[in-house]
Every structure is written in structure tokens, then in C-alpha cells.
Design a protein around this ligand. Structure first.
Ligand code: SF4
Length: 276
């Protein structure tokens, strides 16, 4: 059989996609499909789970198995799918609203349980699909449609949250760093346990327009100038760190995942279907 191409993971009958010109979501989708090619995963063995939001529309364009659920609940559905059939590769695609605002509780507990699945979170600092409201990652004093004078709340650091909750693998990159993006997604899917890849992604339609970056080019340049490798970030002063953010692999450990621990404690032996 000929090697798969990234197009083999795309349902071209559903294209063109619905994302705005300059949105980072298309870039992340391309990186995800290229990672699946390089991991040689058949579409039938991968389940892409989404909730609601612009990035949550991605499953429409894929030939993998897919489950499109309710807002903030993608990780709950993904947990059930993975436990029902541990042989599947389960990947959740969520925005910051879906993952850590409406779905914050599920995010914390999926990381704590160390469920063996991958979360690719497109963080554009606002609820794009529903009109640009501020979310749990909107930076302090940033303007959105619901904070026209600036958000009074500080934003979550998604990677620190995942690390503190117990995730086995945590990485951050941006929609500008396309090669690293594909490689980090590959590494995350390959690593057992709960894996997070946070992708800082442009939303020129809402977040950029309200915050002095009206075009995607402005936003990509901002990502290029402010993202620094984690090793360099650690050597920066507190003042310098406040103006930048770290990218790359931030956490990589081997704590036993939920299913392995459950089987050990309950002495359940695994068969091909995951049940005895
Ligand atoms: S509203 Fe923002 S996040 Fe949604 S498709 Fe448009 S640019 Fe992308």
C-alpha cells in the first residue's frame, strides 16, 4: 500500500473550511494531519474529539473517526472513548474557551487522572465563534467584545495548569512555528498519559482587531518576536519573562496512565478489546 499523504486525512468534500482568512486553525489542522502521516496511523484507528468553537469545527474536515460533542465536554467524551477501547489513538481539538473556560474542570481532571490521550488546544485568547468574548486565557487588560476597556481578569497559563494537575507531557508552540508544531504534536501523541500541546494562534477577526493587530501578519510577527525557547526563557529576568512566553517541550515524565493504574489496582487483564 502506498504511503499516506496528509490529504488522505482530509475530507475534501467538506472544503473549503469555514475559518476566516488569516486564522491559525488551518495551519494547526495541516500540522495535525502531517503528524498523523509521520506516525503512520490509519484514519480508522484515530478518534478526533471536539467540542464547540472555531477550532472545534476541525473534525468536519477529517477522515479520522470523529465525535463532535457539547461545549467544554470534549475531554469527558474522549475519556469514555479511550477507556472503552484503549487501542484507539484519541486526540481532542479544543479552543481556549472549550478547554479551560467552560471545560476547565474536565481539563484539570483529565490531567490529574493522566488519561492516555492528547489535547491540542488552539489558544487565541477569546471565544472567536460566538463573537469575541473574553475567555479564561485572555490576558489582563486585553480588549474584547465583552471587555471593551480591557479585561479585569488575568489569563490562565494553560501549560502551568496542566503541569500542576499532573499531565505527563506539556508543550507550547505557535501557529508561526509550523515545523515545531508538527513535531510537538507527534511527540505528544507518542507519549503515554495525558499530553497537552498549547498552540498560540491568531484570531485577527476578533482578538487582533481589538488589540492593535488588525491583520494575521501583525499577529504572526508578534508570535515570532515574543516566543522564546524554554531553555532561554528560564534564563531571563522576571521583567523579561513578563514580555515573552516559553515554547517547546515543557514537561515530559512517565507517571503511569489511568488505565494502567486501574488494571494494576483491580487486577484486570487486558485483551485486544481492552476488557476481559
Ligand atoms: S473568529 Fe477568529 S478563531 Fe474564529 S475562524 Fe475567525 S479568525 Fe479564526
Amino acid at each position: 500500500m502506498a504511503a499516506r499523504r496528509y490529504q488522505d486525512y482530509l475530507n475534501e468534500s467538506k472544503l473549503p473550511h469555514m475559518w476566516c482568512p488569516g486564522c491559525g486553525d488551518g495551519t494547526i489542522l495541516r500540522a495535525y494531519t502531517e503528524a498523523l502521516v509521520e506516525l503512520d496511523l490509519a484514519p480508522k484507528d484515530v478518534v478526533t474529539v471536539t467540542g464547540i468553537g472555531c477550532w472545534g469545527k476541525a473534525d468536519d474536515y477529517l477522515t479520522t473517526q470523529a465525535f463532535h460533542g457539547t461545549h467544554g465536554r470534549a475531554l469527558a467524551f474522549a475519556t469514555g472513548i479511550k477507556l472503552a477501547n484503549p487501542n484507539l489513538t484519541v486526540v481532542t481539538l479544543m479552543g481556549d474557551g472549550d478547554a479551560v473556560t467552560i471545560g476547565g474542570n474536565h481539563f484539570i481532571h483529565a490531567a490529574r487522572r493522566n488519561i492516555d490521550l492528547t489535547a491540542i488546544v488552539a489558544n487565541n485568547y477569546n471565544y472567536g465563534m460566538t463573537g469575541g468574548q473574553y475567555s479564561a486565557t485572555t490576558p489582563l487588560e486585553s480588549k474584547t467584545t465583552t471587555s471593551p476597556n480591557g479585561s479585569p481578569e488575568p489569563g490562565f497559563d494553560i501549560c502551568l495548569l496542566a503541569e500542576a494537575a499532573g499531565a505527563n507531557y506539556v508543550a507550547r508552540t505557535t501557529a508561526y512555528h509550523v515545523v515545531a508544531l508538527k513535531n510537538l504534536i507527534k511527540e505528544a501523541i507518542s507519549h503515554k498519559g495525558f499530553s497537552l500541546v498549547e498552540v498560540i494562534s491568531p484570531c485577527p477577526t476578533y482578538f487582533g482587531r481589538f488589540n492593535g493587530q488588525p491583520s494575521s501578519v501583525n499577529m504572526l510577527n508578534w508570535l515570532k518576536e515574543n516566543a522564546v525557547p524554554a531553555s532561554k526563557y528560564r534564563e531571563m529576568s522576571t521583567e523579561e519573562q513578563a514580555k515573552h512566553f516559553a515554547i517547546g517541550t515543557l514537561v515530559k515524565k512517565d507517571r503511569a496512565d489511568f488505565y494502567t493504574t486501574y488494571r494494576r489496582i483491580n487486577s484486570v487483564s487486558q485483551t485486544a478489546g481492552g476488557r476481559e
